[in-house]
Design a protein around this ligand. Structure first.
Ligand SMILES: [Cu+2]
Length: 69
């Protein structure tokens, strides 16, 4: 498993962080995702053979938020 932290822009409340967390967890290959609203970060544990950072970023963008590179 690989761990990565994504910087996310646009989350303003718990509802936002839950949405992002759900979106990330819904990606095939993601084992776990934990969003920290205060830090505006998502810590994601995933299987690198199945998913990459770009796919994770796309999931966040599709949920309506921005990923800061
Ligand atoms: Cu919100």
């Amino acid at each position: 498993m690989t761990k990565a932290t994504l910087k996310i822009q646009g989350m303003t409340c718990n509802h936002c962080s839950m949405r992002v967390q759900k979106a990330l967890k819904g990606v095939a290959g993601v084992q776990d995702a934990l969003v920290d609203l205060g830090k505006a970060e998502a810590a994601v544990t995933f299987d690198e053979a199945k998913v990459n950072i770009d796919a994770l970023s796309t999931a966040v963008v599709d949920a309506g938020y921005k990923v800061v590179k």
